[in-house]
Design a protein around this ligand. Structure first.
Ligand SMILES: Nc1ncnc2c1ncn2[C@@H]1O[C@H](COP(=O)(O)OP(=O)(O)O)[C@@H](O)[C@H]1O
Ligand SMILES: [Mg+2]
Length: 144
């Protein structure tokens, strides 16, 4: 049923649980899992205006953090028996890139957390998740 599942990872406990659910689905349906982390460029652009060298440093730091996050997630998925795992890093607005990637990869499902790193409890759905649900016509699995 779900041949391709996109998991949106931001390093939060919510997205970790979305990954766990996606892994279970992938095992049941023999799906491919695409792990995506989006590096937010909004703040990064400000750093660039301030200092080119700081920009290069911050960017490479963010890339390393993203890679680490994805490698850990890949390890977990493979350890639990999912063979087809793809890692992706994108730059830009998280919601926009999640929606784009879901279209480009023609996924059947997007797995995402209710909240993320900001994690304000009184907010029912984080802003990234709200936008993804509004903008994408893909099914979305929102994990608490
Ligand atoms: N930069 C990102 N890259 C990939 N996925 C993300 C990113 N930011 C958020 N997400 C996904 O969206 C979910 C909800 O996060 P978000 O809406 O940003 O909530 P919050 O406002 O609490 O940070 C996360 O659990 C994660 O699945
Ligand atoms: Mg967030």
């Amino acid at each position: 049923m779900y041949k391709k599942i996109l998991v949106a990872l931001d390093g939060s406990e919510y997205s970790e649980r979305a990954l766990d659910k996606a892994i279970n689905l992938a095992k049941a349906f023999n799906s491919q899992i695409i792990l995506l982390n989006v590096i937010k460029t909004e703040e990064l652009e400000l750093v660039k205006q301030y200092s080119e060298s700081s920009y290069a440093l911050v960017k490479s730091h963010l890339e390393q953090t993203a890679e680490k996050l994805l490698v850990e997630a890949e390890k977990k998925a493979k350890k639990k028996g999912v063979e087809d795992v793809v890692k992706k890093v994108a730059f830009g607005d998280p919601a926009e890139k999640i929606v784009d990637e879901a279209n480009n990869e023609n996924v059947d499902l997007i797995a995402i957390g209710t909240r993320g790193l900001t994690g304000v409890k009184r907010v029912v759905l984080g802003s990234t998740t709200q936008k993804v649900m509004r903008w994408s016509d893909k099914d979305v699995l929102v994990v608490h």
